[in-house]
Design a protein around this ligand. Structure first.
Ligand code: GAR
Length: 206
């Protein structure tokens, strides 16, 4: 049976993209294959990771497109032309409109560096999430992989993993622990779960 065709959308370092690439190599991700990487930032290190793994990659920026609507239009055109069945947001720093998310219902997943519903939604991204967790004083945080709908970080939760906050943590040390102990584990696992679901749906239709 044909594997689910995955596009990974990135904006930065791409360590979660790397975890997905490694998971495909090790067989943790076996029902889907990463066929495309799209970056919203031309100088993202994620693009180098894609090139090193031999995965076609391209850049689409909001600025070059001239605004959000045209940006989403360009993304959709590229995704559809490439027959993409699952979109993985891996450190993708743009909020997508209902028009976009509705076009790919239950076909977009995102990794977020906290235990949703804590420290999520508009304005909570990257290090800011860990700064907020530390200033609130939580003793446990973690990561969440969820479906993406029109509400930022509001779609159904697929997987979560808790991580301890330790005395003396800084946003950076906490971010590193959450990535290593949660994000890089549950993102590939969730990508496999959803890829396998999509693959089975295709089988039923045939
Ligand atoms: C990750 O921690 C990811 O969870 C977070 O940005 C980082 C990207 O790192 N995403 C968000 O905050 C989305 N709201 P990476 O480029 O190394 O994967």
């Amino acid at each position: 049976m044909n594997k689910t065709r995955i596009a990974v959308l990135v904006s930065g370092g791409g360590t979660n993209l790397q975890a997905l690439i490694d998971a495909e190599k090790s067989g943790v991700l076996k029902s889907g294959e990463i066929v495309l990487v799209i970056s919203s930032n031309a100088i993202a290190y994620a693009l180098i990771r894609a090139a090193e793994a031999g995965i076609p990659a391209l850049t689409i920026t909001k600025k070059d497109c001239g605004g959000q609507e045209a940006f989403e239009e360009a993304l959709m055109k590229t995704l559809d032309n490439n027959g993409i069945e699952l979109i993985v947001l891996a450190g993708f720093m743009s909020i997508l409109s209902e028009r976009f998310t509705g076009h790919y219902e239950k076909r977009i997943i995102n990794v977020h560096p906290s235990l949703i519903p804590s420290f999520c939604g508009k304005g909570y991204y990257g290090l800011k999430v860990h700064e907020a967790a530390l200033s609130y004083g939580v003793k446990v945080t973690g990561a969440t992989v969820h479906y993406v709908n029109e509400i930022p970080d509001g779609g159904r939760i697929i997987l979560q993993k808790a991580v301890s906050v330790l005395p003396g943590d800084t946003p950076k040390t906490l971010q590193k622990r959450v990535m290593e102990r949660a994000e890089w584990i549950i993102l590939p696992e969730a990508a496999e779960l959803v890829s396998s679901r999509i693959q089975k749906e295709k089988e039923h239709r045939q």
